[in-house]
Design a protein around this ligand. Structure first.
Ligand code: SF4
Length: 457
């Protein structure tokens, strides 16, 4: 799939939308996940109570974050875990590199970490001579394809099985033309096993960090985090500071919802709790801020840190499903990507990659008010004078016209006349992107106001 020089969401989405078949099955595949999620959620009568509890647990932890982070650090240290603090992506990468070079690591196996994507860690380590192998099947696929993930739970969802077959043939020597998923998965498993056995260190993301226990929880369906963490001597777990939960009970509440909301499974196949280094080994936890404490200062934006990264909001989002994850100008796409990434978006476009339909908010297991947050981002952009180009120039005019009844009536009368007498080809360019895929409306005989006066008053 080609990439564009423009980083504007609509331009990138237009590239994805050129392949209509891909758009259709992409949308369908994600909707299938949404349906599975609905079935899983409705199988638990207490689902809504869990959501409320999940939201309260996360809010409580975020409100008392300093206390829980300190408790976590102390308990980790008591368990023999080395804890590191990183204020930003650069510091995170330096810390990880420091640990790896201390142990002369040449190959690192990595599992499930959007945070390392956010920190652009792979290229950083590779430039310093350390090979990084993503071991989640989906992540390995896109790593071999040289692409970023397009979804946080199913990162290669945008690729067809034939494309994966071709890629595997080229990179790991599977049969030419083979696209059977079972065959390809087996080949990937054999390929990854070699990587696990030859790695000098392992790294995983963190789904939850339990303050009271000094432990981290890592969820995978393939057991790849466990293969990685248990084989080499050194294991590193990188986490955003928002991953904190107070205790095991809170983790249990969120675990009941995570997989159900992601893929419709009752629980992920492997939910592993790491609470100390293996005999003769080393365990490190890197806690990363990278803009999170700034978000906490804004009451509305702070709620996006309640997210447990289930991906449910992407699966239901009509814009994400039909524009693809690579159209967002941020590591994390979809509604939650806008919520946590819009401030860093220098194109000021992703806050508008949303219809504000609110479907994401309805499915979120921790009640992140995504539509409210996205709307808030738009307001912040407008207040900072950072509206996207088109909106910056025409929205003030639209505001003036809409705010004045005579101006609105006159312009509507002009539009009705133009629609009646001018050819569509002349008018369509004025309809912008909206008109590209739509027929222009037939002009009504009179305004709604005139009709109302005549028939109802
Ligand atoms: S915002 Fe909610 S629905 Fe979206 S990924 Fe996070 S927890 Fe899941």
């Amino acid at each position: 799939m080609s990439h564009t020089a423009s980083k504007i969401h609509a331009d990138k989405a237009a590239i994805f939308c050129k392949d209509e078949d891909r758009v259709n099955w992409h949308s369908k595949a994600l909707w299938l996940l949404r349906e599975k999620r609905d079935r899983a959620a409705s199988s638990l009568p207490e689902w809504e109570q869990l959501r409320q509890l999940g939201s309260e647990i996360k809010l409580h932890t975020l409100t008392n974050l300093a206390k829980y982070l300190e408790m976590f650090e102390q308990n980790c240290q008591a368990n023999g875990i080395q804890v590191h603090w990183a204020k930003d992506a650069a510091e995170h990468n330096e810390i990880v590199h420091g640990i790896l070079s201390h142990h002369q690591v040449k190959k690192l196996v990595k599992s499930k970490s959007m945070l390392t994507e956010e920190c652009h860690m792979n290229p950083y380590l590779e430039e310093r001579g350390i090979e990084v192998i993503d071991t989640d099947l989906g992540e390995r696929i896109i790593q071999l394809a040289g692409q970023p993930p397009s979804h946080i739970v199913v990162p290669a969802i945008h690729l067809k099985k034939e494309e994966v077959g071709e890629l595997f043939h080229e990179k790991i020597g599977t049969e030419a033309g083979a696209s059977d998923p079972t065959y390809l998965t087996r080949a990937a498993r054999a390929h990854l096993r070699e990587q696990f056995l030859s790695a000098d260190a392992a790294m995983t993301g963190v789904n939850m960090a339990i303050a009271e226990k000094g432990a981290v929880v890592v969820c995978t369906n393939e057991g790849n985090a466990d293969m990685g963490a248990n084989l080499p001597k050194v294991q590193i777990h990188s986490m955003g500071m928002d991953k904190m939960v107070p205790n095991l009970d809170s983790a249990a509440v969120l675990l009941r919802m995570l997989a159900r909301n992601a893929t419709g499974q009752p629980v992920t196949t492997y939910s592993s709790f790491y609470r100390g280094p293996k005999a003769g080994g080393e365990m490190h936890v890197v806690i990363v801020d990278n803009g999170r404490s700034n978000m906490l200062k804004d009451k509305i934006l702070a709620e996006s840190l309640k997210c447990i990264r289930c991906g449910g909001c992407m699966n239901t989002c009509p814009v994400y499903r039909r524009s693809g994850g690579h159209s967002y100008n941020y590591t994390i796409p979809g509604p939650i990507g806008i919520a946590v990434g819009a401030q860093k978006d220098d194109t000021n476009s992703i806050a508008w990659a949303c219809t504000l339909c609110g479907s994401c908010t309805q499915v979120c297991p921790t009640k992140v008010p995504l539509d409210k947050i996205i709307h808030h981002h738009r307001r912040l952009k407008a207040e900072a004078g950072n509206l996207p180009y088109g909106k910056r120039s025409y929205m003030p005019v639209v505001g003036k016209v809409m705010g004045s009844a005579p101006m609105l009536n006159t312009s509507m009368a002009m539009a009705r006349t133009a629609l009646r007498i001018l050819p569509g080809s002349l008018l369509k360019p004025f309809a912008g992107a909206w008109g590209k895929y739509r027929e222009l409306p037939v002009a009504p005989k009179s305004s709604f106001e005139a009709w109302y006066k005549k028939n109802r008053s």
